[in-house]
Design a protein around this ligand. Structure first.
Ligand SMILES: Cc1ncc(COP(=O)(O)O)c(C=O)c1O
Length: 482
């Protein structure tokens, strides 16, 4: 983290990198944006890149790569079996996480498929701090269920609690007493908890979870996809870790877990994934499925160039300056929006800035998807693409009833090293404008609703012509501005 103090006293997230390759962006007029979001069925996943100014949908596979990563990609050793590029990654994973075995997979959910197939049996459950969409889908698909047992602060949208991603160990003990350890497939900890606002867990909490699991012979499976942000928060918010290096903290985290998996679309700023463990038994069971679903053990469905980039990216994640950039930009955005009265998730987490749609649009009932409506409205007024993380991201229960989400969030991801501060300021300005005109925003209803992971390709329509009214107000206030 750069220790630079400005003369003015203003806190400023200072980039410790410079831009050497750029991609041209366009900002299409609001009338075209209305057409585009209507064609996309008010689902930001279905927008086309040419209609988007700032793509804040996700950080997945879109973090900026470093010069060293690109250079490494040029010297990759491509072969079906025995590639020395793969050995480089295997060695790096062993060095950083201290696990004996490494299995490559093409992305994070592929690891989840393998883990669920090997460890989840019909009738078993997976307690966790919080679910991720694809994780839950794989566990349920294999006949299991999930039990979310985060600390109570996790679901308080505004809070000063530094570790909202912590798991409630008393609830874990109670769950084990109630159902028996034999019904628990494993305990899952998701670092940098995605769906509750990129909130971190502490190292101390992980230690306590380990102690409970040891008493009952349970395995901890650790989803390390958002580890970079969580490491930053452990380092800056956990008193006992302030003087420890990122590498030491990483190792301390890893030593408490039996199996670690990650999406390298996030961790390592490339595209791919992996699973590591020192449990040879577990490794052998998973290995068979890697060759069946992913590819041979020395590529696992990944391009060899990406494997080179992940090896370098993992090493760069041990650099405090590198992992500080995302959380510090997000903190800037959260602080500015909060100051201007816009409801946001606090404290600022990793991954992105999260708008609280329930407070932003209190007049839109949850059955009309306030977070989805906010995603659509924000795109309309700014060309900024965010992601709905609320009821649309849930799926109906077995009786077809709507599962109302615990939180209705619009996630504005801040991919690492991609945006400039002036771009963030533009996004903040348009969010503030929308908040001042929030009464204009109405609800949505499904017109096409897939059963599984409906948020990816479902389509919705506005429940009234509220989007036309937004365009009119925008033109009144902002004239011919884009
Ligand atoms: C916490 C977490 N786990 C797993 C995944 C799945 O990874 P992938 O998108 O690479 O399949 C994601 C993706 O966003 C994630 O955030």
């Amino acid at each position: 983290m750069p220790h630079v103090r400005l003369f003015s006293g203003e806190p400023l997230p200072l980039e410790m990198h410079k831009v050497r390759i750029v991609q041209k962006l366009d900002l299409v007029p609001i009338e075209r944006r209305l057409q585009a979001i209507t064609e996309a069925g008010n689902n930001t996943f279905l927008l086309k890149n040419r209609d988007i100014y700032l793509d804040m949908l996700t950080d997945s596979g879109v973090n900026a790569m470093s010069d060293r990563q690109l250079a490494a990609m040029m010297e990759s050793d491509d072969s079906y079996a025995g590639s020395s590029t793969f050995t480089k990654l295997e060695d790096k994973v062993r060095e950083i996480f201290g696990k004996t075995h490494f299995l490559p997979v093409h992305q994070g959910r592929a690891a989840e498929n393998i883990l669920a197939r090997v460890f989840v049996r019909p009738g078993t459950m997976v307690p966790m701090n919080y679910h991720f969409t694809t994780t839950k889908a794989h566990i349920v698909l294999n006949g299991g269920s999930i039990e979310e047992i985060p600390v109570p602060e996790a679901l308080q949208v505004t809070s000063a609690f530094p570790f909202k991603g912590n798991l409630d160990t008393a609830r874990l003990e109670a769950l084990i007493r109630q159902h028996g350890a034999e019904r628990i497939a494993f305990v899952r900890i998701e670092t940098g908890t995605n769906l509750i606002g990129g909130q971190p867990h502490s190292l101390e909490n992980l230690r306590q979870v380990r102690a409970v699991c040891d008493r009952h012979g349970l395995m901890i499976v650790f989803d390390a996809s958002l580890l970079a942000d969580n490491l930053y928060f452990i380092k800056t918010r956990e008193e006992a870790c302030r003087t420890r290096s990122i590498r030491e903290i990483t190792r301390a985290v890893a030593d408490l877990c039996d199996v670690i998996y990650f999406s390298a679309r996030k961790l390592g700023c490339a595209r791919g994934g992996g699973i590591c463990t020192s449990d040879t038994n577990a490794y052998l069971k998973m290995r068979e499925l890697v060759t069946l679903y992913e590819g041979f053990l020395t590529y696992g469905g990944m391009s060899i160039r990406e494997i080179e980039a992940i090896a370098v990216g993992l090493e760069e994640t041990m650099d405090e300056n590198m992992i500080s950039q995302g959380p510090q930009f997000i903190e800037y955005m959260v602080r500015e929006l909060d100051r201007q009265g816009v409801p946001v998730v606090t404290p600022a987490g990793g991954l992105g800035c999260h708008l609280d749609a329930l407070r932003f649009l209190p007049h839109v009932p949850q059955t009309e998807y306030p977070a989805g409506a906010l995603a659509s409205a924000l795109y309309l007024v700014s060309g900024v693409r965010g992601m709905e993380r609320g009821t649309v991201s849930e799926q109906r229960d077995e009786h077809g009833r709507e599962t109302l989400a615990n939180m209705e969030l619009l996630r504005l991801a801040v991919p690492r090293r991609v945006f400039t501060l002036s771009q963030l300021k533009y996004a903040i300005d348009r969010i503030v404008w929308l908040h001042r005109h929030r009464d204009l925003v109405g609800g949505l209803r499904f017109t096409e609703e897939p059963k599984l992971l409906r948020f990816f390709f479902g389509k919705l329509a506005a429940t009234s012509p509220w989007q036309d009214r937004i365009v009119q107000s925008f033109r009144q206030d902002l004239g011919d501005s884009l």
